[in-house]
Structure formats: structure tokens, C-alpha cells
Design a protein around this ligand. Structure first.
Ligand code: HAM
Length: 425
């Protein structure tokens, strides 16, 4: 039986083959994401992986709807695996926002499913850190979200040499669009226009030109606007806020970014590796109307946030050599040399574990040199074994496997403090 295309198996390291993913690297990523989001005061939430199809069809836009994993369940409901988290968040917020003080700052690490054409950096499932802030219209909120995105990447030891946030604004493009269509019918073709801009860097110039002409614009006009990269007042505000934190090097104005999803309303941004070898690392922006749309007009809360996938990021960290070496993290191997001491050894194992140490031992009788060899294979810091003195008292002999130094302690006197002191915890 083989796994489905575009799906992944995660194994503990060392990896058996190059086509599987590291469960250890994934944990490292999630731990860093969680710790950073918490430092910014974000609280963790989650929702169901399966939602009613309607939640996505009306809200996310054509591109993502074409990639849905959807089916009719046994109760004749039209359902879909979540392709993104934002509509679920909007639904959850709309139901219970009154229980929470504003601004609401939440994060989640959902697994998402998109039936995409498989390519580098794009699979049919991925994990995505989502950080969102609701209930604040001031650009200070946009700056806070961008700063959090930057720090999530810095936490993984990436620097301003490695990545950049391309900051843009749907408001800037909306103004551009409305100026250009002053004499034409207002509003028509706006979303189509955004779609052309979104594909500008990937599509053939002649095709873009043709599509723009049909909407009453020229490619030169659009390219000039992008090249000028003049920040709007709102974007300048965000830049100044980030500069005050010493994060100016991580952002630049880039109107090539407009975002594919339908619900964005204001500032939008994407994170890219600086060498341009990979697809977007993260993307997000303001979506001030989504909660209203999802709640059928009942709740109106401005919102913004970003999503950062694990696929591109893990590929990037691997190529840049920034992933730590992973092993089981075993600290002590308890060696049972004398089987008459197995019950006492189990007591020692238990006591060490209760003190917070990562402990291994042989479940069944084995030759002492085999147990010792296993300790070396596991890269344990210490071995510990019980010895009975002539007087009958039990002593624990710890051996530091690096320095070979031995420490003997009376078993009866072993405390959490002595264990922690020994392991320098
Ligand atoms: P998105 O741009 O569709 O935004 O996805 C965000 C990130 O998820 C991408 O930059 C990429 O790293 C990763 N990603 C997306 N699709 C795939 C895929 N098929 N395989 C691997 N990685 C992928 C959203 O989903 C928005 N809901 C984000 C958001 C949150 N906006 C506001 N709040």
C-alpha cells in the first residue's frame, strides 16, 4: 500500500529514505511557532478539519474552490476538508466574539488540504501557522502582525539576508483601478483586475497585456505604478512602526503582491526567500469584511492575519543548513548489570523520570556491554547503574559518557535536586 500523491509520512530521524519527512523537524518548527506567537500574547485555538462546503465556496474565491477536497457525506451534506483556516476562524469568532476582549489575538497550526498540481513547495496537504488579530483597524495592528511573522522566521535562525516581506495594499490597487476607470462603470472588473496583477510575475507578458487592455489598462501603466513603489500613508505608518522596532531591513514595498484570495481588503503581504528559489513562505493581510460576510451581517469585526506553511519553510531551512541535529534526547541509560537488582533499577528509572530526565533501559535481561553499547548509540549523556555495598546499602554510579567521570551517590539520598544538578538542568 502506498501513500496518496501529495501527502507525506513523517518519521523520527535518522530518516530511512529521502522521500519521507522528518517528524523531529516538524516538532522543532511547531515549537518555535508556538513560542513566538505566545510571546506576542496570542492564544491557541482550533476548529474541525471538515467543514460545510458553503463556508469556502462563497468566501475564499475561485482559485481555492477549484482545489477543494469535497464530497457528500452519509447524511447528504455537502462537505469539504479545510483548504485554509480563515473562514473557520471567521465562523468561530462570529459565534462567540462577545466572550473575548478586543483585540482578539489567536493562533492555530491546522493541517490543510488542497487538491493542487504537485510541484516544488506545493503539496496536497500542509500544516500552516495562522496568526490573526480581530477588532482593530489601526495600522499598528498590521505592523504587529508583520512583526510577529518576521520573528517567527528569525526564531528559526533566518535573517534579513535570507528573507524579505513584500508589503502591498489592496487599497493602493483599488485607487489605481478607480482612477483608471473613472469614465467607465465603477466597480466592474475590479476582482478580475486583481487576478491579473496577482499572476503578473508568473504569466506571459502578452497575455497580461491583453487581459489588462480588456479592462481598460495597459501593462506599461501597471508596471510604472509597481516600479514607483510609493507607499500609501497607511503603508508608511506600518513601515515606521516596524522601523521603530529595528525591523526595517525585513520589509519592502512591492505592489506585485496583491494576494489571490477574494476576501482581502487593505494591506497585504507575502514573505519570500531572498534568492527567489522558493514559492512564498507566508502570506496574509487585512480582511475587514469576512466576519460580517460569514455571520450574514450580524457581526462586524475588522480582521487581519497571516498563514505560514511548513513545506517551503522546511525545504528552505534544510537547504540553508539551519535545521538542528535531532536525536531522541536520551539523558540517562540505566544499566541493569545484576538481574537481582532489576526491581530496584525500575525504581531508579521511575525516580529519574519523575525528576524530569529522559531515561532508557533494557526491557529484558541483556549483557552489560550490550547495554553500554546501546547507551553510546543513543548518544546518552550518562549511564547509571545500581551497586550493592558490602553493608547492603544501594549506591547509584553515574558515568558521564563524554568525560568518563564517575559520580557515586547513595540511592536512598537521591533527590530531584541532585539529579537536576548532575544533568545540569
Ligand atoms: P495562502 O497564501 O493561500 O493564504 O497560504 C499561506 C501559505 O501557506 C503559503 O504562503 C504557503 O507557504 C502555504 N501553502 C499554501 N498552499 C500550500 C500547498 N498546497 N502546499 C504547501 N504549502 C502551501 C492563506 O491560506 C490565508 N488563509 C492566510 C491568512 C490567514 N490570511 C489571513 N489570515
Amino acid at each position: 500500500m502506498e501513500r496518496l500523491p501529495g501527502f507525506r509520512d513523517f518519521y523520527p530521524e535518522p530518516l530511512p529514505t529521502p522521500d519521507v519527512w522528518s517528524a523531529d523537524a516538524r516538532t522543532y518548527l511547531f515549537d518555535t511557532w508556538r513560542a513566538t506567537a505566545r510571546r506576542y500574547g496570542f492564544r491557541e485555538y482550533d476548529g474541525p478539519p471538515l467543514e460545510s462546503l458553503e463556508l469556502f465556496t462563497a468566501k475564499s474565491g475561485a482559485e481555492i474552490v477549484g482545489q477543494l477536497y469535497n464530497f457528500t457525506d452519509k447524511g447528504e451534506r455537502a462537505v469539504a476538508l479545510r483548504p485554509e483556516m480563515t473562514p473557520t476562524l471567521a465562523r468561530m469568532i462570529a459565534a462567540h466574539e462577545r466572550n473575548y476582549k478586543k483585540p482578539i489575538k489567536w493562533f492555530a497550526i491546522p493541517q490543510l488540504f488542497r487538491y493542487e498540481r504537485q510541484q516544488k513547495g506545493r503539496l496536497r496537504e500542509h500544516f500552516q501557522l495562522n496568526c490573526d488579530l480581530l477588532g482593530e483597524t489601526d495600522p499598528a495592528a498590521d505592523a504587529e502582525i508583520v512583526a510577529l511573522l518576521i520573528d517567527c522566521l528569525r526564531g528559526l535562525r533566518l535573517t534579513s539576508e535570507d528573507f524579505v516581506i513584500r508589503l502591498s495594499s489592496r487599497n493602493a490597487w483599488q485607487e489605481f483601478f478607480q482612477r483608471g476607470t473613472r469614465n467607465a462603470e465603477r466597480g466592474t472588473g475590479e476582482y478580475e483586475f486583481y487576478q491579473v496583477i496577482d499572476k503578473l510575475e508568473r504569466e506571459d507578458a502578452a497575455v497580461s497585456e491583453q487581459k489588462l487592455q480588456a479592462l481598460g489598462f495597459s501593462l506599461v501603466q501597471v508596471k510604472d505604478f509597481i516600479a514607483a513603489a510609493k507607499p500609501t500613508e497607511e503603508l508608511q505608518n506600518i513601515l515606521d512602526n516596524l522601523a521603530a522596532r529595528g525591523l526595517a531591513d525585513f520589509v519592502k514595498i512591492d505592489y506585485n503582491v496583491i494576494r489571490g484570495l477574494a476576501y482581502y481588503t487593505g494591506p497585504v503581504f507575502e514573505a519570500f526567500d531572498k534568492k527567489g528559489e522558493f514559492r512564498a513562505i507566508a502570506g496574509g493581510g487585512r480582511y475587514d469584511n469576512l466576519v460580517k460576510l460569514v455571520s450574514g451581517g450580524k457581526v462586524n469585526l475588522p480582521a487581519l492575519g497571516f498563514g505560514m506553511g511548513d513545506v517551503v519553510l522546511l525545504e528552505l531551512l534544510k537547504v540553508r543548513g539551519l535545521l538542528p541535529k535531532f536525536d531522541g534526547g536520551v539523558e540517562v541509560v540505566v544499566v541493569v548489570e545484576d538481574e537481582t537488582l532489576r526491581a530496584d533499577s525500575l525504581k531508579l528509572v521511575q525516580q529519574l523520570r519523575e525528576s524530569g530526565a529522559v531515561v532508557e533501559y533494557s526491557l529484558t535481561p541483556a549483557k552489560p556491554d550490550k547495554q553500554f553499547k546501546r547507551a553510546l548509540e543513543l548518544k546518552a549523556a550518562f549511564t547509571a547503574k545500581l551497586e550493592r555495598s558490602t553493608g547492603g546499602a544501594l549506591a547509584v554510579k553515574f558515568k558521564n559518557l563524554q568525560t568518563r567521570e564517575e559520580t557515586v551517590l547513595a540511592f536512598a539520598a537521591l533527590t530531584r535536586q541532585t539529579v537536576c544538578g548532575l544533568l545540569a538542568k
